[in-house]
Design a protein around this ligand. Structure first.
Ligand code: DAH
Length: 349
């Protein structure tokens, strides 16, 4: 084998050994680079006698082309191999079972809330939303809660270390009752000066907060406030409305209500509403579900109405309690743990 043939041979072997493109380019430099063996051969041509130059030049060029061809081929090889490795690494097994997107569901409390809103809407009640950070005027004072009433105490109310522009302390509302005042005030303003005023008929559901935590109490819980005020709205209407509500909510007429005398500063008279199922696993037990009463004249005044003309009733019920009874849940905390094993049982109900 002459020297050029062995040069081509050794270039092919070097290229074949290069397993990455950087190595291949290094090998290329050794042959075709500025100081590469082929280049050296071409430089050496100058020293040859004229008659040998032509033939030798043609041989070197042929060797150079052979090396270049080997280089191009090896480059393509390496690129192919890299692509194959990449494809193998990212391989997609189309026979694997698909990943489930998972269907969401409405939280049981939200489901209860939606039922309550639909039931009261069907009885002509508006649905109102209000602030969860309240002033103590709306949370207590306007509701006829005396300055030193224990309900205001630090023990069960979350106070925020801030006052509003008028110097009222802010708190996380401990009940939805402030919405009675807010909604009725807005209603009074809206109809100020009119010859007749339509009844105030509203429910205000939402989150409420108290320092309280065990299986049946959570520091954040849900209430729905109800208020119906007009010229001739009485306790009798409260009984009828609440009984209809309960029958619709639990989808049964097999239940009874009991209005048990109680005390709230914002109602007079006041009553706890107790519920008893006549059938089912809870049959025969009185369950306390709501506070209620005839709205106190002072509260009617604070709303902006004349208590000599406007009377009515209010109630405040625990939504979580109603949802627990409807779904047969014995620990309130389950609602707020976010455990999908629990929550998924309500998806699609
Ligand atoms: N706000 C009371 C509570 O959280 C419940 C309540 C009682 C609301 C009587 C009312 C009512 O509207 O008339 O315990």
């Amino acid at each position: 084998m002459n020297d050029l043939a062995s040069l081509v041979e050794s270039a092919r072997a070097d290229f074949a050994r290069a397993s990455a493109s950087a190595e291949l380019e290094d090998a290329k430099a050794r042959y075709l680079g500025k100081a590469g063996s082929v280049t050296e051969q071409l430089k050496a041509l100058g020293a040859l006698p004229v008659d040998e130059k032509k033939a030798r030049g043609a041989e070197i060029n042929a060797a150079k082309q052979a090396i270049e061809a080997a280089l191009v081929e090896r480059r393509a090889d390496l690129a192919n191999r890299q692509l194959e490795a990449q494809l193998a690494a990212q391989s997609l097994d189309v026979t694997l079972p698909g990943r489930n997107r998972g269907t969401g569901g409405v939280h049981p409390i939200s489901q209860a809330l939606e039922r309550i809103e639909a039931i009261f809407a069907s009885m002509g009640f508006e649905v109102a939303d209000g602030p969860e950070i309240e002033t103590d005027w709306y949370s207590f004072t306007a509701l006829n809660n005396p300055e030193n009433h224990p309900a205001r105490s630090m023990q069960d109310t979350f106070y925020v270390d801030l006052e509003d522009d008028e110097g009222h302390w802010l708190n996380l509302r401990p009940h939805t009752s402030p919405m009675q005042i807010r909604y009725a005030q807005a209603h009074a303003r809206r109809h100020a000066g009119a010859a007749t005023m339509p009844d105030v008929r509203v429910i205000a559901p939402g989150r409420t907060y108290r320092v309280d935590s065990d299986a049946t109490h959570s520091p954040m819980f849900h209430q729905v406030e109800g208020l119906w005020l007009g010229e001739n709205v009485s306790f009798r209407d409260l009984k009828a409305v609440y009984l209809d509500f309960m029958r619709a909510f639990f989808e049964t007429d097999q239940l009874k209500l009991r209005f048990r005398p109680s005390y709230f500063p914002f109602t007079e008279p006041s009553a706890e509403i107790d519920l008893m199922f006549e059938t089912g696993p809870l049959a025969g037990r009185w369950l306390e579900i709501s506070g209620s009463g005839q709205v106190h004249p002072q509260v009617v005044r604070n709303m902006g109405f004349d208590p000599e003309r406007v009377i009515g009733f209010a109630f405040g019920s625990g939504i979580d309690r109603l949802a627990m009874l409807r779904y047969g849940i014995d620990d309130l905390r389950l609602f707020f743990d976010g455990d999908l094993r629990f929550l998924s049982q309500f998806a699609g109900t």
